[in-house]
Design a protein around this ligand. Structure first.
Ligand SMILES: C[S@@+](CC[C@H](N)C(=O)[O-])C[C@H]1O[C@@H](n2cnc3c(N)ncnc32)[C@H](O)[C@@H]1O
Length: 261
């Protein structure tokens, strides 16, 4: 399974909107050190670098292609307070103490939240904040239902033998326990429903192509466009485009705010 950073950066405006909502809640002073976990193409880390003129930002991501893309698009010369490092969220090795660990639309890809939280606690100053949003219980249920139906069809079945979803959509209850075990005091753990919109069929296809690769990567490259098209058409039969031609997907985010004790 491979990410396509260029395509992702053009098809992730909803993720950027969600990130900006969280950034507003952070009420930054401008001098904090912040780590952005699962930074992807780096555009959100770059927004932080702009908001923290006297601070430092480190974007980390497990995917080397994303790190290369982020370094190329937000070079150190133009962004002296911004760096990107390849690092797995389950093995955070911090180079300094951070005031904030932030993560948007990434933690539901991580199969071991206690390992992430242990590294996160190690990276934060005492009293430092973890602010994150990821897929929560019930996230994208309409898309998952369509995928579940599609992969059982004779046309696609053979490509999905033994397939398991790599997404971990977490509940506030599980997360509260993991946070306390890792030495955090949670102040907000909330499932928040979001109406994710995409401009028409092409926009919905762009999102499926760039974020649902665990499924699309199972089919041969020559059939991916056809498979993606079938996901789009099947989804739109359940949830048609609105009068202005936008598709709507009900997303559920788990929003996490906690302080290291
Ligand atoms: C949907 S993208 C989100 C990117 C960005 N935060 C945003 O909101 O646009 C998910 C990101 O999580 C990263 N990721 C997944 N598992 C990871 C892990 N174990 N450690 C670090 N990054 C991971 C992926 O490589 C990808 O860049």
């Amino acid at each position: 399974m491979e990410w396509n950073p260029e395509d992702y950066s053009k098809n992730s405006s909803a993720q950027l909107v969600w990130a900006r909502e969280l950034i507003a809640r952070l009420a930054l002073r401008g001098d904090e050190a912040l780590m952005d976990v699962g930074c992807g193409d780096g555009k959100i880390s770059a927004e932080f670098a702009h908001a923290l003129p006297r601070g430092q930002v480190l974007g980390i991501d497990a995917d080397p292609g994303f790190i290369a893309f982020a370094r190329e698009h937000y070079p150190a010369g133009a962004h002296p307070n911004l760096r990107f490092e390849r690092m797995d969220a389950r093995r955070i090795a911090a180079d300094r103490e951070y005031d904030v660990v932030f993560s948007n639309a990434a933690l539901h890809w991580v199969d071991n939240q206690p390992a992430f939280l242990a590294g996160c606690a190690g990276a934060l100053k005492p009293g430092g904040r973890l602010v994150a949003s990821c897929g929560g219980t019930g996230n994208a249920a309409g898309i998952l239902l369509v995928l579940c139906e599609l992969v059982r069809q004779p046309r696609w079945q053979a490509y999905f033998t033994g397939f398991q979803s790599p997404f971990f959509f977490q509940s506030p209850e599980n997360y509260a326990a993991w946070l306390r075990d890792a030495g955090f005091s949670p102040s907000r753990l909330e499932l928040v429903a979001k109406d994710m919109t995409h401009p028409g069929r092409a926009g919905l296809a762009g999102w499926i192509r760039t974020t649902w690769m665990p499924w699309t990567a199972c089919v041969p490259a020559s059939l991916r466009e056809e498979f993606t098209g079938e996901v789009v058409e099947a989804y739109l039969r359940h949830q048609p485009l609105d009068g202005q031609g936008w598709s709507h997907v009900r997303m559920v985010r788990l929003e996490i705010e906690a302080r290291r004790g």
